[in-house]
Ligand binder design. Structure first.
Ligand SMILES: Nc1ncnc2c1ncn2[C@@H]1O[C@H](COP(=O)(O)OP(=O)(O)OP(=O)(O)O)[C@@H](O)[C@H]1O
Length: 402
């Protein structure tokens, strides 16, 4: 099903992945183990088409070459990513988060059936379909993230350290859920530092050290391999995991990692995966309620504060940059969030905010540079749009969906 051959990635002059070769079969869980900075996330990003580095080599899914395709096309081909940090929309409900995952052509026609499938697989999501995600536990939010990825009707689910930050009990539940996903025939490519639990459910595994795959084998064999035990399963390696759930580092230390802007979910991962399934030319009409006003770009120091203006359309170059980085225009996401609000609330009415609690007006990010800061802004924009969508309610109090 998924065949990776000779896959190399470099960020500028710095190689992050060298000549990786791996395979994931249908209905198989394959885990990639490795120390911090070994190149695990880079591998997943390259498979999903959201890698910021230079990608060379081949990634095929059922014979279709994915390298070079934009992220939303890769989703269409059947690859779904659950990014590190989950990337759920905290102010939307479970069902709204799930539905947002079904916006690839591949998934749209079967949205209802997929929703049922996800809710049957994870009954808790069905019970909580009307619950706002921010009020859920970390494990439940992770379940929403996996459910949303499954709404794109994937052949392959890729997950970047899904157990990060979860309690041991929730980790157990998470890995059980992944076993359930496997039973549906979906292949799973899992990056984990929780070697013990991931090897317990995996069929096969690869060890990634210093940008190279140095070993592969059946999960059962890896679990009993003394070298793997020493390096990853607490059998003598030096524990380095600063985060609960991480185990131990390999014997061969990773090279000094280049400093990264921040640890945790990269905004590009979150935004790209959330938006990847949204087609650029949306057939659905944009909602009549205008998005929140944007400030004018810059006002002279002596001038009075600028009055909010209608959102400027991004310049063509900026839009295409956003498309290139994210796979779909950010504005589509805003429209979709408003659309969702209207569907669930009947009438779309921008909420009047009390004078005493003014909210800062979001600024439209300059998308031309594609830097992490810009992507942070995009993420903030999306989350703000989701918050506004939440507030667009009819006058009478909304009854929570059940
Ligand atoms: N966008 C980027 N720009 C420059 N260097 C990067 C970028 N992303 C990753 N790197 C570098 O590439 C190397 C591999 O990073 P990657 O995130 O793939 O490692 P990892 O194995 O997933 O580690 P971790 O478990 O810490 O996430 C590291 O040295 C990292 O600093």
């Amino acid at each position: 099903m998924l065949d990776v051959t000779g896959l190399s990635v470099a960020y500028g002059k710095h190689p992050a992945l060298n000549e990786a070769v791996l395979r994931v079969n249908r209905g198989e869980i394959v885990v990639i183990l490795g120390a911090d900075g070994a190149g695990k996330s880079t591998l997943l990003k390259a498979v999903s088409g959201i890698c910021e580095g230079r990608v060379q080599g081949s990634v095929t899914l059922n014979g279709t070459e994915l390298v070079g395709l934009p992220p939303h096309r890769i989703v269409e081909e059947g690859v779904a990513l659950v990014p590190e940090g989950r990337g759920v929309f905290p102010d939307l409900t479970v069902q709204e988060n799930l539905t947002l995952g079904a916006y690839s052509d591949r998934a749209r026609e079967e949205e209802g059936a997929n929703l049922e499938r996800v809710m049957t697989l994870f009954p808790k999501l069905g019970e909580r379909r009307g619950q706002v995600v921010r009020t859920m536990s970390g494990g439940e939010q992770q379940m929403v993230a996996i459910g949303r990825a499954m709404m794109s009707n994937p052949a392959l689910l890729t997950l970047d350290e899904p157990s990060l930050g979860l309690s041991p009990l929730l980790c157990k539940e998470l890995f059980q859920n992944l076993s359930l996903v496997r039973e549906t025939g979906i292949g799973i490519l899992l990056v984990e530092q929780n070697a013990k639990q991931s090897l317990a459910i995996a069929d096969r595994g690869y060890l990634l050290e210093n940008t190279r795959i140095v070993h592969e084998g059946r999960a059962a064999d890896l679990r009993s391999d003394p070298a793997v035990q020493a390096a990853y399963l607490g059998g003598g390696g030096t524990a380095t995991g600063a985060v609960a759930g991480k185990t131990t580092a390999p014997k061969t230390p990773a090279p000094a990692a280049r400093p990264r802007p921040a640890k945790g979910p990269a905004p590009s991962d979150i935004a790209a995966q959330a938006l990847a399934g949204l087609p650029s030319a949306r057939p659905r009409p944009a909602p009549t309620a205008a998005p929140a006003p944007k400030p004018q770009p810059a006002a002279p120091a002596a001038a009075p504060p600028p009055r909010p203006q209608p959102a400027p359309r991004p310049a063509p170059a900026a839009r295409s940059e956003a498309d290139r980085v994210l796979g779909a225009p950010v504005t589509d996401m805003v429209a979709r969030a408003a659309d969702l609000s209207r569907q669930r609330g009947g009438t779309v009415r921008p909420a009047r905010r009390p004078e005493a609690t003014p909210r800062s007006t979001p600024t439209f990010p300059d998308l031309t540079s594609g830097s992490d800061d810009r992507l942070q802004s995009i993420l903030a924009e999306i989350e703000d749009a989701a918050a506004r969508a939440r507030d667009w309610r009819p006058a009478r109090p909304r009854k929570e969906e059940t």
